[in-house]
Design a protein around this ligand. Sequence first.
Ligand SMILES: Cc1cc2nc3c(=O)[nH]c(=O)nc-3n(C[C@H](O)[C@H](O)[C@H](O)COP(=O)(O)OP(=O)(O)OC[C@H]3O[C@@H](n4cnc5c(N)ncnc54)[C@H](O)[C@@H]3O)c2cc1C
Length: 413
Amino acid sequence: MARDVQSITRLDGSSEVVVVGAGLAGWRLVEAMRRDGFEGPVTVIGDEAHRPYDRPPLSKQLLTGAIGADDTTLVHGSSRDTVTWRLGVAAVGLDVERRRVYLADGSSVTGTHIAIATGTRARRLSTTAGSRVRTLRTLDDVVRLNEDLDRLETGATVAVIGGGFIGAEVATSLSKRGFRPVVLEMALRPLLTVLGADVSAWLLRIPELAGVELRTGQTVRDVVGEGDALRVLIDGGADVVAGIVVAGIGAIPNVEWLGDSGLVVDNGVAVDATMHAAPGVAAIGDVARFVWAGPAGAQSVRMEHWQVANDHATTLSRVWITGDAGAKVLIPYFWSDQYGKKIQLLGHPTPNDDVIRVLGDDQSGRWLALYHADGVITGVVALSNPRALMLSKVLLDTRTTLAQAMASAPWTT
Ligand SMILES: Cc1cc2nc3c(=O)[nH]c(=O)nc-3n(C[C@H](O)[C@H](O)[C@H](O)COP(=O)(O)OP(=O)(O)OC[C@H]3O[C@@H](n4cnc5c(N)ncnc54)[C@H](O)[C@@H]3O)c2cc1C
């Protein structure tokens, strides 16, 4: 758990804010602070060369070519001039007492308030082919992948290692572009460990209906070069020879630079209910392990959800401006566009929670289901039914039993 942070120093006329990580959470924090009235200096440090941009379109519209790189920017109009940018240089250390951030170029930036928003990076597969196996986390990753794809003939095979959210979205986009993605999933069903046995079974056929080949139970032993192509070697299974190989096998929090900081770092930076890891030092977004007040009580969790990064940013701004985190309860939300369908999840169920489908079925390709544990609703999941999902959000606003949910059936209104 995070240290008990006793007091919050509110932003005032002499405050200086340093945001480490020029991504969604960091930029949303800047926007929220400006909206909430803070006019003092803000420095944004980012190891990428780009100003903050949105990641969800990278595996979707940017990979299909429906939009260009500029369309993903989060920084609009004159807002870019309201901060000091330190881009293309990584933070390599943090002195918590002095609130000083050390950068890779030997310089340092000191503030009164530090926000850690360094997100996660793509987990890499260790193979003989090395970096020829592509990953997809950054704008530069997509630019590189698109250059690879431009050299490939239409209809060529692309191996996608990992059938989770990123792998499925990449496969969908490649299929739309006329390539032949083959998804290699280690588990018996994609998303089994995320959405549980029932929901992953209901989703098993959607790749096939979208014309994407999914191979489950595939353990990749190595990827080796074979001229211009790559060969994916499968333990006890058939190899796949592909023009390009993309791995979507999860993400790792960017915390190494905090090694000597004394902060509690364990699967992310541990923060308290005010998003603080130490007085004057907060963490938000994908990198933060925070206290979430779920139906089963308070849990320490880290989530890689776009909406959660936004919510963290507005909470931290409120804390820094008012000294109070407020009473709003975070309801985690995640969506994924894959195989021509939209999966949406509200709440934070465990894969072992029970699940009951209350609308639709596999045939209709459109359904809604409720997760529950010990008779209490823990999540709502929908396939291509955004309206029913949003109507059901009330089930998570307060503790709701399964019996109450079935009686009120908000999804039918
Ligand atoms: C391809 C893709 C598709 C996605 N699609 C969805 C979706 O459909 N739905 C959904 O809910 N979520 C989706 N997500 C997740 C969502 O984008 C993230 O939850 C969100 O970007 C988190 O924001 P963040 O600011 O915490 O981290 P990031 O966006 O990762 O930003 C962190 C920034 O900090 C930088 N950084 C790291 N270390 C340092 C350092 N030492 N010094 C300086 N800078 C550093 C990083 O390079 C990065 O620029 C997707 C993510 C990806 C990659």
